[in-house]
Design a protein. Sequence first.
Length: 140
Amino acid sequence: MDFSVDAFFIALEKVAEKKIQEAMEKGEFDNLPNKGKPIKLDDDSHIPPECRVAYRILKNAGFTHPEIAERKEIENICTMLESCEDEQEAYRKIQKLNILVQKINARRKTPVYLELEQVYYKKIVERIKINKKTRETNNK
């Protein structure tokens, strides 16, 4: 017996709808937490539609894609760089940032630096200019 993928999903949808209808008739949804409140949905517009169900299942199972974890770490490092006073510490963070970007780029077809504005680079250049002016002023 040969089923097409579409036929499988149609059958799966019918079974799911039947189970939901039966549960509704039994009142199994009557005392759910947050009943009557809007459901907070995650923005998954960046995920291709055909992959959204799989991503949701993995997320609910506690799995985080390495790139997502690395992007969060990049975001955290950028936040820390904003308040970083020590030049050596900022340099170490920038090195870590570069490694993370390289790891993501190695796995992708489109490099991250083409997608994300490199604010941290601009800030470092500004900081170097400020430090240079400060040194010149102190040496006079």
